[in-house]
Design a protein around this ligand. Structure first.
Ligand code: ZN
Length: 580
């Protein structure tokens, strides 16, 4: 297969693509990918295709029909080679999209490269018809605006950026070259960046013993507005972050967090991959219950590696854990749907708020469950081993050999490391919806951490159980089940107009505070009607804030467990951080 990308009239944001195929039968089927790895949800990229035409090499038009939303059937009777000519609408700029304007051509080939399912194993060549002043940032070696991928899989796992704004530096760790590319408005603080990246890269390689590829690229698309998104690939990652001015200040910890997360994916998901996605099938959903491994363990390890590498201090690390705890306790979906079920359903509503209390996040629950598993292994091995050891064995026994991982493989790996596969834990907490707050508290305590909670500062959420956003209007955006606001008959999207007959002016918090002991009536506008209802007396807090601290006087067991948790066997040096 061969693809040519051209960028005439970039202001219209259509990329002109010519894809050349060989015909072997009277009829040739061509497909468009319906999703992209990293986002396990149907995207139907074919909706961005227009001006679809097919020609023989000599320019003669060929007939075709569409036989499904992303599939074409081409009449190739008596034809050897043919060219599909189409325009792809490149108007979206995130870490997994394709974008064109006068300043850049940014391509995730999985969005826009039509393919012949019978020819995906063959070599793919690409030619870029772009302005001469544009450079190309690509993990596939590009010369004279041309590059080659071994097969279609490698092509669609290799995003690239063509732009005149690219800034580049690199560092090396244990024989692998790591490239850092920035595109957009940004003044990189190279010294700080490279110093921190070397540390967490080194720590991750130390845990896995080797890096899966010879060279790696971080592609940062820096945007002038708020953005935070990363997508993993085998040899690279694309990360969008913004606004520009905050990237090396307030947002720097996000830059580190997402970069460490994406780098960890090089092992976990690009190499250690759920068996259902081996190989990826771009034409339909690839259902899997293992999102708690692919995204959960990566979320846990991404931040933990920053701490283990000394890039984050303990406070910074605990802050990240606090956010996960908060998301866990604020989501009542944990009583309805297990993390395994939620993983299956990412294809349905995994990337949207969806029906309240229906599902959980594979990132948040997966991260907390990975932490518990880490501590369970630690306890079972006298602080010698942890989840690092399990992941390393999955890498060498499965990922590196190109074999997909099932849940029973994961459990076997745990059993090999810890002597126990913790069946009860999988049954009750990964496939079940049993509350695990007590187990979390226990695991934190094991390593000398304490989980604290108190009613949130916002009195409306704390004492009435309604979360509101206030700008021009005061809107209810979440309700705690069984809370005063719920029992009163309050509904999501209520616009709160008055409390005890007093009109609120973006100051509901103050009025609730003021009336706290004798709140009687709320007046709301709901679907065009104004109504007043009575708030029952409940005298208990609803939404709470959760945060971790170190215990005041850790005992010897806690200090040893903490050191083990931070280091595990291959980690080397001990730390005395818990002592101070
Ligand atoms: Zn991820």
């Amino acid at each position: 297969m061969h693809y040519q990308f051209s960028v005439k009239s970039p202001q219209q944001q259509f990329i002109q693509i010519k894809a050349t195929f060989k015909a072997k039968e009277d009829v040739t089927i061509l497909e468009f990918p319906t999703w992209r790895p990293g986002r396990y949800q149907t995207a139907d990229f074919a909706k961005k295709v227009k001006h679809f035409q097919v020609f023989e090499k000599d320019g003669k038009r060929l007939d075709f029909i569409k036989i499904s939303k992303s599939t074409w059937e081409i009449d190739t009777n008596g034809v050897k080679d043919f060219v599909v000519d189409y325009h792809f609408y490149a108007n979206e700029l995130n870490a997994g999209s394709t974008f064109l304007d006068a300043s850049q051509l940014y391509v995730n080939p999985v969005n826009c490269c039509i393919f012949n399912p019978d020819q995906i194993e063959g070599e793919v060549t690409v030619e870029l018809d772009i302005p001469s002043e544009w450079d190309v940032a690509n993990s596939l070696e590009t010369k004279n605006n041309k590059f080659t991928a071994q097969n279609y899989d490698e092509l669609v796992d290799s995003p690239f950026i063509c732009s005149s704004q690219l800034q580049h530096a690199f560092y090396e760790v244990k024989g692998t070259k790591f490239n850092l590319w920035f595109n957009g408005i940004i003044k990189p603080d190279w010294d700080m960046l490279i110093s921190d990246f070397v540390k967490f890269t080194d720590k991750q390689i130390e845990k896995f013993l080797e890096f899966p590829t010879k060279e790696y690229h971080f592609f940062f698309q820096i945007l002038p507005y708020k953005a935070y998104h990363g997508v993993e690939h085998k040899n690279c990652t694309v990360i969008t972050l913004g606004p520009s001015y905050a990237v090396f200040s307030e947002l720097y910890k996000e830059l580190l967090g997402v970069s460490s997360h994406e780098l960890y994916h090089t092992w976990n998901v690009k190499s250690i991959r759920p068996i259902e996605m081996m190989p990826y099938d771009f034409t339909q959903e690839n259902f899997s219950e293992l999102g708690y491994i692919a995204e959960g363990i990566t979320t846990y390890m991404g931040d933990l590696m920053l701490y283990k590498a000394g890039v984050f201090n303990l406070d910074q690390y605990l802050n990240e854990m606090n956010s996960q705890l908060q998301r866990h306790f604020d989501n009542f979906g944990r009583f309805n749907y297990s993390v395994a079920e939620s993983s299956w359903d990412t294809w349905l509503d995994g990337y949207e708020l969806g029906a309240p209390g229906r599902k959980v996040s594979i990132y948040t629950e997966g991260c907390l469950i990975a932490f518990i598993m880490d501590v369970l292994i630690l306890k079972a091995t006298k602080n010698k081993k942890g989840l690092d050891d399990v992941m390393r064995s999955l890498y060498f026994n499965f990922g590196k050999r190109g074999v997909g991982v099932s849940e029973s493989d994961y459990k076997d790996a745990i059993k090999n490391v810890a002597g126990d596969s913790f069946d009860w834990f999988f049954e009750e907490y990964i496939h079940g919806t049993k509350a695990y707050a007590a187990l979390l508290v226990d695991c934190f305590e094991t390593i000398g951490l304490e989980m604290n909670h108190e009613p949130v500062k916002d009195p409306v959420a704390a004492w009435l159980g309604a979360k509101v956003i206030q700008d021009n209007k005061t809107k209810v955006v979440a309700i705690y089940p069984g809370s005063a606001y719920d029992l009163a008959g309050g509904m999501l999207n209520d616009e709160i107009l008055a409390i005890n007959g007093v009109k609120v002016n973006a100051d509901l918090h103050r009025w609730v505070d003021y009336f706290l002991e004798d709140i009687k009536a709320f007046t709301v506008e709901r679907n065009g009607q104004v109504l007043t209802f009575t708030i029952p007396v409940t005298n208990r807090p609803f939404y709470q804030r959760y945060w971790l601290t170190t215990v005041e006087k850790p005992d010897k067991n806690q200090v040893n467990a903490f050191d083990g948790w931070r280091n595990t066997e291959l980690g080397g040096r001990g730390t005395k951080e818990l002592h101070v």
